[in-house]
Design a protein around this ligand. Structure first.
Ligand SMILES: Cc1cc2nc3c(=O)[nH]c(=O)nc-3n(C[C@H](O)[C@H](O)[C@H](O)COP(=O)(O)OP(=O)(O)OC[C@H]3O[C@@H](n4cnc5c(N)ncnc54)[C@H](O)[C@@H]3O)c2cc1C
Length: 440
């Protein structure tokens, strides 16, 4: 494939053949990202015949483009989660995402996936005292819900050697950082080893709702008793579940490897993942070859669910400026790569998991609000519970009342209102942080 997906996917060349002819299977899975591949593995463990149909190659979507922070994050943040769903359901959701983090760790180990996983945790960090209250609220809610975390006051931040631009933090001990490209390709290998049939360069053009459902591709049809949609933000292209989520783009950059001198200057001996306490967070992490990958901070919205380009100079300038503000000690560190990817959001920031179709045989899990590493990887287990009518931990997701998103132009207005408020709060913190009183 000519298009560069992200630096994580550089050098990936292995590609399964496209579908040619017709097939009958128990389950057809659309999309070979973390959701689709985890579904394929879980279904094969139950002895079902599975065909995975992927439009490009496994890892083409967010799964091969993300920042690789494995965090026990669910919903916008813990205090908002408790406010929206009450303490008991919020506690269930926290347990669910912690189980998902554990599932990823076991999957990496069981399948010997060489994805440079470092279980160093992630720190939600304040860049200005204006954000201290948010950190304290996160720590309080974490303690209340039994999350494994720790408030890091300024002294502890410095003792740990966290970069100086980050003033106070809440350390989420569960999880860490990994190489997303090697992780998703490792899941691909695990799905193949489990006996799933994989067809890459095989777009599903249409799904005929029925029993069996019929999936149409350019070079053959698949008849399946059940379908799993692992298409996340791209589900908009299939014209399905349009009121359930909004599709957005997020952007990242990668620097050159840090020299020994730059590495000494920045500290960061614990190598924790860092994301900021902004309403629209910034993320930063070290890679196994000692580069920094960072970004997020802002999102791009395509009116009517339109796909937007992954090359966006204006957004790249915003995320690189934020990086320069946070890491003044690395002014001489060059940014070498830039890319973007699609994510999906529901209005309540929770993943959208359920079943649809006249026969209730089309299952889906999507809209992880930019935090899908754990829950997309756990989707297979949750979906097989739902298929079997088991009371699994995913019940907290599929039994909730979802808030439908309005059609355009109201959807655009909702987006503008939310990002307007979030952006204004963040801009105040950023302006204060850049004020001249700050010591370099
Ligand atoms: C820039 C960025 C940074 C992120 N950082 C983090 C992070 O640090 N931590 C975290 O937890 N999460 C992060 N995320 C979110 C996380 O990557 C996603 O939630 C997760 O990868 C979603 O996986 P998925 O399999 O559901 O979707 P995707 O990985 O998007 O996979 C969908 C697949 O479906 C295929 N497809 C679509 N339509 C069709 C069709 N019609 N026919 C056949 N195939 C089709 C696509 O080609 C694609 O391969 C980030 C996302 C982005 C974009």
């Amino acid at each position: 494939m000519a298009e560069r997906i992200s630096p994580w996917m550089d050098g990936v060349s292995e590609q399964a053949p496209a579908l040619s002819g017709d097939l009958d299977v128990d389950v057809a899975v659309v999309g070979a990202g973390l959701t689709g591949l985890s579904a394929a593995i879980a279904l094969r463990e139950q002895g079902e015949s599975v065909a995975v149909l992927e439009r490009e190659i496994a890892g083409y979507g967010a799964s091969g483009r993300n920042a690789g922070h494995l965090t026990p994050t669910i919903g916008k943040d813990l205090p908002t989660l408790a406010m929206l769903f009450g303490r008991s359901r919020a506690a269930d959701l926290v347990r669910l995402v912690e189980a998902a983090v554990g599932h990823v760790e076991r999957t990496i180990e069981k399948n010997a996936i060489d994805c440079a996983y470092e279980p160093v945790g992630n720190v939600i960090a304040a860049v200005h005292p204006r954000q201290f209250a948010a950190i304290d609220r996160a720590a309080k809610a974490g303690a209340e819900f039994g999350a494994e975390g720790e408030l890091l006051e300024a002294g502890e931040m410095r003792r740990r050697g966290l970069p100086r631009g980050f003033l106070r933090g809440y350390l989420e001990r569960r999880g860490g950082i990994l190489h997303p490209g090697r992780y998703v390709r490792g899941l691909r290998r695990a799905a193949l080893a489990a006996g799933a049939a994989l067809y890459e360069q095989t777009p599903v053009l249409r799904i005929d709702d029925g029993q069996p459902a019929v999936l149409h591709t350019p070079s053959g049809k698949v008849r399946a008793r059940r379908v799993v949609l692992g298409t996340n933000a791209f589900t908009a292209d299939l014209n399905l579940l349009r009121s359930a989520f909004v599709r957005l783009n997020v952007y990242l950059f990668r620097t050159a490897p840090l020299s020994p001198d730059q590495r000494a200057r920045v500290g960061w001996q614990g190598r924790e993942g860092i994301y900021t306490a902004h309403e629209m967070l910034e993320s930063y992490r070290l890679t196994d070859d000692n580069r920094i990958v960072g970004g997020a901070k802002t999102v791009r919205y395509g009116y009517g669910g339109k796909a937007l380009p992954y090359d966006d100079p204006k957004t790249f300038a915003i995320i690189e400026q934020a990086f320069r503000d946070r890491f003044p000690e690395l002014a001489d560190l060059e940014v070498t790569d830039r890319w973007g990817g699609p994510i999906a959001f529901a209005l309540d920031f929770l993943p959208v998991l359920g079943r649809t179709g006249k026969h209730g045989n089309i299952f889906y899990s999507l809209a992880y609000a930019g935090h899908g590493l754990p829950l997309a990887s756990y989707a297979g287990s949750l979906l097989t519970d739902l298929m079997a009518g088991r009371e699994g931990p995913g019940r907290a997701l599929w039994s909730r009342r979802r808030i439908p998103l309005p059609p355009e132009p109201f959807r655009w207005l909702v987006f503008r209102a939310l990002t307007g408020v979030f952006g204004a709060i963040d801009a105040r913190a950023d302006r204060a942080e850049r004020a001249p009183s700050r010591t370099p």
